[in-house]
Design a protein around this ligand. Structure first.
Ligand SMILES: Nc1ncnc2c1ncn2[C@@H]1O[C@H](COP(=O)(O)OP(=O)(O)OP(=O)(O)O)[C@@H](O)[C@H]1O
Length: 258
């Protein structure tokens, strides 16, 4: 359902970015030859430290970035040549995509529903289901600007699912959320998986990856250094929890580029 072949993404750095990153090179290889496959009915987690290349990978899947090399397909459609088809299939959530602060969750939900060409009756039914689950009814008419971080995130999640996508791509979906709200989000992701959807998330929270993901791909410095179920990764690294496994792999693979 998602197939990534040898994905490489190189960013051209501005002078300011070069200074910030303390580098003399004007190119940054954010993703370096990543390949992976994920299928419907599973939750796949990309786990890695800050700057590992998780967001860049998800943005390539979501057609927001063009790979420098390699290719990505979603439900058989190429993200570059058939971006329009890919966008119909996916729901994408990232911290950088903000809902318009002047509008309410209800307005945004309807707006994006219509943008996807969904009829008003279906939009209303989906709104009822998602707003009830996430408790959005209580603040559905408030301006996004006046909502708490958790409320905003819940509204953004609901809006990203308005078209009932087959593939759900969530970049750090529980970032900044309290434990109760985070649990409601991860429980909903499990529900989507039970419905036969493919969920792909990025996270740096070990416990989240451990509990939620059927398979985990660990990314360090743009490279996928291992992949498997939790048990497979523990077996491979001869460790007893994901944190230990992660540090072992990190020590092995976090070699500074020369
Ligand atoms: N638009 C950009 N221009 C230049 N460099 C970028 C750009 N976006 C990301 N990078 C760099 O690419 C690398 C990978 O970034 P990316 O955001 O994909 O990592 P990440 O694993 O999602 O990190 P985090 O957990 O901090 O969100 C980092 O070194 C980052 O500084």
């Amino acid at each position: 359902m998602i197939e990534i072949n040898n994905l490489t993404k190189v960013y051209k750095l501005s002078k300011k970015q070069m200074q910030e990153q303390k580098t003399k090179k004007n190119m940054k290889k954010a993703v370096d030859g990543v390949s992976l496959k994920a299928s419907k009915g599973e939750i796949y987690g990309l786990l890695g430290p800050n700057g590992a290349g998780k967001t860049t990978t998800l943005r390539c899947i979501a057609t927001l970035l063009k790979p420098t090399d390699g290719n990505v397909s979603v439900c058989g459609f190429d993200t570059v040549k058939e971006g329009e088809e890919v966008r119909k299939k996916i729901g994408f959530l990232t911290n950088e995509i903000k809902l318009d602060p002047q509008f309410s969750p209800e307005y945004m939900f309807k707006f994006f529903g219509r943008l996807h060409g969904i009829d008003d009756k279906t939009i209303k039914e989906r709104q009822e289901k998602l707003f009830s689950y996430f408790g959005i009814h209580d603040f559905k008419d408030k301006k996004i600007n006046d909502l708490s971080t958790g409320m905003k995130q819940k509204a953004a999640i609901a809006v990203s699912l308005v078209h009932d996508p087959e593939v759900i791509i969530f970049d750090e979906p529980t970032n900044g959320l309290d434990i109760v709200t985070a649990r409601s989000v991860t429980d909903y992701l499990k529900q989507l998986k039970e419905e036969g959807k493919l969920v792909i998330i990025s996270t740096h929270i070990m416990s989240e990856a451990e509990k939620l993901c059927d398979r985990i791909g660990i990314i360090i410095n743009g490279k996928k250094v291992t992949e498997g179920t939790l048990n497979e990764i523990l077996e491979e690294t001869k460790t007893s929890d994901l944190e230990d496994a992660f540090f072992q792999l990190y020590k092995e693979h976090n070699v500074e580029e020369v």
